[in-house]
Ligand binder design. Structure first.
Ligand code: GDP
Length: 444
């Protein structure tokens, strides 16, 4: 999970101070010392940590905390606000040119995830903003790179512009923009060449493309898992190209978070997107405040809702609501729900977005085990249609048959049946509660 190591440490540090009705300077000193160590261990840039800690200290022993009614919580608020500012404050949106197409140039070192991100970004633009991008293959040095982009284009059913490996990247980019104008593509995303290290030849070529096509955005793609190296790469690309934003990839595997927390402070360029996995829909708009919330274990309900909105079919959701209301929810519905949840990505990542979920003891091991989900699925699939709709007919021999069919045990089958009944009970309570609320509303 993203930031797991850092989040664990910060959360145990701030827990000590949260409930305090009175916060002394000594408390603040101890807390900031631990926060400092946690950040340094997370590979956050040394100077960035120093400045951040000074700001937190100054505010935490200041009036806004000491004179508040809940000083402990106020300190946490300060920490959260400062982490948010550190990562850029507001979410930074993608540019839109008033004379389409909007041109985005993707740059970065080899292996950072540039080509994959080009595809993800195009997918994002179409899904979230209804745009029609043209992908452009300007990495002429690695024939496989052109192929890779073409495959992505096929997967996404999106056009890819390429002129093979013989043409000059500046010409390719120029011609691609001409074609985009003719074909009414409103975005052009240029996948440029990468190298293993920053070198002059690469920078020259990128500068030439930049000065010819005058892109609206230059996105530097860096691998979050490389920590301070990513920050240094960002610094040198920015020096030479004056990038407009950063895409941090592989955040899903970054337990430390050093790059995410340092890049904005060091380069003064915002992180615009975060790659959260290899799949084409695993790109998230980067929201500093939501990220700070996640790091501090306060959850990120907004991102969770957005994720659900793109992955859950609205019609299906309505039908489900109806079933919950009429109490006709069956194991088939349950199976369908599980499929949708799985589409949303690894459960651990989802749980990190739910406020307080990390504090529920045992949750991690009990319900989050994805292997168990596979068992649950197998059990339901071994049930007959009738059993799925009328679990009350389940007797000992049926349970035995199901356990055998699914490669599980009778006690696992029993457990699922019990959980299902409890879930139905809970749904009933929830719908009753909603009815109650509605009733009240009408009295006013
Ligand atoms: P390029 O050389 O910069 O174009 O890099 P590629 O796009 O070929 O990506 C290199 C590897 O990183 C591929 O195996 C990608 O699947 C993987 N990758 C890219 N972005 C992410 C991400 O956000 N998360 C994970 N886990 N893998 C990623």
């Amino acid at each position: 999970m993203a930031f797991e190591g850092l989040a664990d440490r910060l959360q145990s540090t701030i827990k000590k101070i949260t409930g305090k009705g009175k916060v002394s300077e000594q408390d603040v000193k101890e807390m900031t010392r631990e926060v400092r160590l946690a950040l340094l261990e997370a590979d956050v840039n040394f100077k960035v940590v120093k400045d951040l800690i000074n700001r937190i200290k100054e505010r935490a022993v200041g009036q806004e905390v000491m004179e508040s009614l809940t000083p402990g919580q106020q300190v946490i608020k300060v920490v959260k606000e400062e982490l948010t500012t550190l990562m850029g404050g507001e979410h930074s949106k993608i540019a839109v040119s008033d004379r389409p197409p909007t041109v985005i140039m993707m740059v970065g070192l080899q292996g950072a995830g540039k080509t994959t991100t080009t595809g993800k970004l195009a997918n994002h633009l179409r899904k979230k903003q209804n745009r029609s991008p043209l992908l452009v293959a300007c990495d002429i040095y690695r024939p496989a790179a052109i192929q890779q982009l073409e495959t992505l284009g096929e997967q996404l059913s999106m056009p890819v512009f390429s002129m093979g490996t013989e043409a000059n990247p500046v010409d390719i980019a120029t011609k691609a923009i001409e074609q985009a104008k003719e074909e009414h593509n409103d975005y052009v995303i240029i996948d440029t060449a990468g190298r293993l290290h920053v070198d002059n030849e690469l920078m020259d070529e990128l500068q030439q493309i930049k000065s010819k096509v005058k892109p609206d955005e230059i996105f530097l793609v860096v691998d979050a898992m490389t920590g301070q190296d990513a920050v240094n790469v960002a610094d040198s690309f920015n020096d030479q190209l004056d990038i407009s934003g950063v895409v941090l990839t592989k955040l899903d595997g970054d337990t430390r978070g050093g790059a995410a927390l340092s890049i904005k402070a060091v380069t003064d360029k915002p992180i615009k997107f975060a790659g959260m996995g290899e799949k084409l829909d695993e790109l998230e708009a980067f929201h500093p405040e939501r990220m700070a919330s996640r790091i501090l274990g306060m959850g990120d309900v907004l991102s969770l809702i957005e994720k659900a909105q793109t992955n859950v079919d609205e019609k299906q959701a309505k039908a489900l609501e109806e079933k919950m209301r009429t109490m006709s929810f069956t194991f088939d519905d349950f199976l369908e729900q599980m499929g949708q949840v799985k589409n949303m990505g690894p459960l651990d990542d989802l749980m990190a977005m739910i406020p307080g979920a990390n504090k529920m003891k045992g949750l991690k091991n009990a319900q989050l085990d994805e292997k168990q989900l596979v068992h649950v699925e197998a059990i339901i699939q071994s049930m007959t249609k009738k059993e799925r709709h009328e679990p009350s007919i389940m007797n000992a021999s049926r349970k035995k048959r199901i356990a055998k069919g699914s490669g599980t045990s009778v006690s696992q089958v029993n457990r699922l049946l019990k959980q299902f009944e409890e879930m139905k009970k809970m749904m009933k309570q929830m719908t009753n509660m909603q009815k109650g609320k509605k009733g009240k509303g009408m009295n006013f």
